[in-house]
Design a protein around this ligand. Sequence first.
Ligand code: UN1
Length: 502
Amino acid sequence: MGELKLPETLSSYIDGQWRPPRNKQRRLENRNPANTDDLIATFSASGPEDIDEAVLAAEKAFESWRLVPPPERGALIRRAGILLQEKKPAAAELMTREMGKVLKETEGDVQEGIDTAFHVAGEGRRLFGETTSSELPNRFAMSVRMPIGVSGLITPWNFPVAIPTWKIFPALLCGNTIVFKPAEDTPASAVELVKILEKAGLPKGVLNLVLGDGETGKALVGHGGVRLISFTGSCEVGREVAEVCGRSLKRCSLEMGGKNGQIVMADADLDLAVDGALWGAFGTTGQRCTATSRIIVHEKIYDDFKKKLVSRAQSLKIGSGLDRNVDMGPLISGSQRDRVHEYVKVGAKEGAKIECGGDFARGKGLERGIFYQATVFSNVQPQMRIAQEEIFGPVTTLIKVGSFDEAVRVLNGTSYGLSSSIYTKNVNEAFRAIRDLETGITYINGPTIGAEVHLPFGGVKNTGNGHREAGTAVYDIFTEWKSVFVDYSGKLQKAQIDVRYS
Ligand code: UN1
């Protein structure tokens, strides 16, 4: 690792001004989880006064931003995409330092932001509504998408560029203005992203950044001037967000946890299925909402699969994500590592067997970081807590099943429904899986992670509240429909009454 830089103080960005929050009581630190001596930056949490100012600026900017033609808004987002492309190596390095995942993954994260920029930019020339017939003569009917207003965007630390871009770019394209509250663990990546949009020419007040923790988020969600909240994070916090939004009838889109399963049938290409499980379970150190935390394996190949997976998991190189030879970086924080370790103890107590891992990762170069071993549990019963609750760490569970139907039942037997996967060569079972797995995303012969930005992203059951990000589905979050009737008959015409048919 290079020289440690002096800690920088991060500012919020309100009405086109970079400045520290008014409220300086809660001082937060941004540290490298692979080396906690490496203090990247400090910052103060924004308080209610800052949120007020940010919302006010966004309300004011909305008056003119909503009138900018969408292709022009798209062109600005395209410029931001190009700038992000130029900054990709630096942004990836900062992100790895800030939250730990390995460079090839942080490069992927930034790439996901670039892809989103270019996909969204093109939508400026579409944003399709419908033109349709009218039941009355000399009357024209159509529907158009309208912006909503000030949008509060609250994002997690595991995809510090990609997830903010899933929200910011479509929200802007649709003509909304924004107060953006990134996770307290990844403020620096958020600052870089906002700087890129500023450089791309975004008018002041259109995008405002407030930094802070849950308290800051709470003030944003509860603010009367905010018309819409888009939140990605835990189910626990999501429920609170939904309650507050429900009371004030705010639009609210929630993207929450997962307990994603990979089914491996007896006819599967075993090595391919092991590759997929390894990447799905331990990529991003298991800290993806799409992570493979359950592997549901047919009894005929269970032992073989287990052996191969465990040996591969044991050989993963753990360390700083800045080292290109490392496979798996640290966990985000000490408290998250404690949580993961608690779950491991719970699993062992419930009677599951730790095949590998199960403890903090120690050794040369790991002394100052928050590392945990790649952990595989066998003998897991579907109802055990480790097979039901989201752990968000490098822990996966092997569940043995005797048939396709049982595999589907087990996979569906959790409260979550984000991502699922099946490895099989049987085309009939593949299509039945597409139909029967209760998740928003299903992969055939691929891991549970790796969604592309031009398709809807989100889940069913407790994973979400019916919305989808990415693709074109995201525009249903960030616009209201307006139906328009243009009467050119020159007389009063009454729908449902003046009709000549019955
Ligand atoms: C998340 O896990 O929070 O499909 C998002 C994937 C990524 C996005 C994951 N493209 O795994």
